[in-house]
Design a protein around this ligand. Structure first.
Ligand code: ZN
Length: 475
């Protein structure tokens, strides 16, 4: 979909909201911006955000946050709402909700949370804003600023796309400006999001006391992550009154004794290992281990291994992995790192065998699936890669990267129709319809497909063109 259409769609919502007088809240929330409209805008934003370079694409981080988010969303009062969670590389402590159930979380928040329940409490609060449809209701309340800011953010993202050097700056500006202004939720919204969020947190089995505790520390300004300011406070006005309110509710709920998942600790260590220079990261983990300042010792060894890997000190990284093998329960993230290390150290056979064994135990860990497929492709085994990818597409039918890898495998086999078809699906699942159509057209022209393959591509192309026509009809 061309950008201009997207922007005009956004801007169209403002006059539409004001045109026919204002019906009651509930109705407006439904009519001004339908869930389908929200979904579409959310997907467009996701696509731009994905291209901005400010997003953490690491599949293990993404999958962890998605799993945590889905676990919470599954306990929300609105089970028809779709959710997508993504991680923004930003040290400030924040999370935000966009149309279509799209929720962004800053790395600073993940690193600042001292327990998984604290991280979950902020996510649950954001889910609360989404299920109460606060964005749509703000439009209904003539808060046009919301839409101006969404448009501003879209422009900033466009600029970021056409000029990658600007990406960081404009994304920052978009977040600081747009999200701050537009998502100036009212106190009423905040109370609602707290109330709904707390229910979700409780039903999903987290420690509800984490919510007031984390909020309190944010308010006192005692919880910082290396210069990351708690910008959450700007977008979600927090008062002592509000915290007291949450605390009262918590007292009426049953207490859950909760231990953090190993993933929570490993993901935090992985993000931490990416900060600063490789040498700084190594020193940080060595220091933590020396002074025993940790909740999970295994996670610190994992982080140290990641930091050594960044520094290209693979022998030391392998030593840390060996420590993990001896002292920690078997974990998919450690297995993934170990197999990657073997590959990087020039032992492709050992890497393949580690990937294969680990996948038998953790069949849906995408870090392993990607790693194994990449290793097979790197050593020129497209048949084995295609077999693996085909199996895993049954679990992850919407995974763009699996299609991407499939396309690479077909390229190695010299199969042009299949290569473009798979690449087209990769674009489609990255919300890039125009490029998907282009690839399907190339597939038809490739000249090496049989009748059956050609008719599948033709049918798909027709379908994609219809989808493409849809927003134009709207305009
Ligand atoms: Zn809020």
């Amino acid at each position: 979909m061309p950008k201009i259409i997207y922007l005009s769609l956004l801007l169209l919502f403002v006059p539409a909201a004001l045109a026919d007088g204002l019906p009651d809240l509930g109705e407006v929330a439904q009519t001004v911006m339908t869930p389908q409209d929200e979904q579409r805008i959310g997907e467009e934003i996701l696509r731009d955000v994905a291209a901005s370079g400010e997003i953490v694409n690491d599949i293990e981080v993404v999958d962890y946050l998605q799993a945590l988010g889905y676990r919470l969303a599954a306990n929300s009062p609105d089970n028809r709402q779709r959710f997508t969670f993504f991680v923004v590389r930003d040290n400030s402590i924040n999370a935000f909700a966009l149309p279509g159930g799209v929720i962004g979380v800053h790395t600073g928040l993940i690193l600042s949370a001292s327990s998984e329940s604290e991280l979950a409490s902020v996510l649950a609060h954001e889910i609360g804003h989404v299920v109460q449809r606060h964005l749509a209701r703000m439009v209904a309340l003539q808060q046009q600023d919301a839409w101006k800011s969404f448009a501003a953010m879209a422009f900033a993202l466009l600029a970021a796309r056409s000029n990658p050097q600007l990406a960081g700056a404009s994304m920052q500006a978009a977040q600081a400006g747009a999200i701050q202004k537009q998502l100036d939720f009212t106190r009423e919204h905040e109370r609602e999001a707290d109330r709904v969020g707390l229910q979700i947190l409780d039903q999903a089995g987290f420690d509800t006391r984490a919510m007031p505790a984390f909020f309190e520390q944010l308010l006192k300004g005692t919880r910082f992550y290396e210069g990351g300011a708690p910008s959450f406070l700007r977008t979600h006005p927090l008062t002592t009154e509000r915290i007291a309110d949450v605390r009262n509710r918590v007292e009426q709920l049953p207490y859950h004794q909760v231990t953090d998942s190993p993933e929570f600790s490993y993901v935090r260590a992985k993000l931490r290992a990416m900060e600063g220079s490789p040498q700084q990261a190594i020193a940080w983990f060595q220091d933590v281990l020396r002074e025993k300042k940790f909740n999970s010792e295994a996670a610190q060894h994992y982080g140290l291994a990641m930091a050594y890997t960044r520094a290209n000190n693979l022998e030391q990284a392998r030593r840390e992995v060996r420590w993990l093998r001896e002292h920690a329960p078997r974990h998919a993230m450690v297995e993934t790192l170990s197999a990657h290390l073997e590959f990087a150290m020039g032992n492709p056979r050992e890497a393949e065998s580690q990937f294969r064994r680990a996948l038998a135990d953790f069949p849906d860990h995408r870090g392993l699936i990607y790693g194994y497929a990449e290793a097979l492709l790197a050593s020129g085994q497209p048949d084995a890669a295609l077999k693996l990818l085909g199996d895993k597409q049954r679990i992850f039918p919407d995974d763009a990267h699996l299609y991407e890898l499939q396309s690479q495998a077909y390229t190695q086999q010299g199969k042009n129709l299949l290569r473009h078809q798979a690449q087209g699906e990769a674009y489609f699942h990255s919300y890039n319809l125009a490029s998907a159509i282009e690839q399907m057209e190339l597939a038809l022209k490739s000249g090496d497909g049989d009748f059956y393959q050609l008719s599948i591509v033709e049918a798909r192309l027709k379908q994609l063109r219809q989808m493409m026509g849809d927003p134009k009809d709207k305009k």
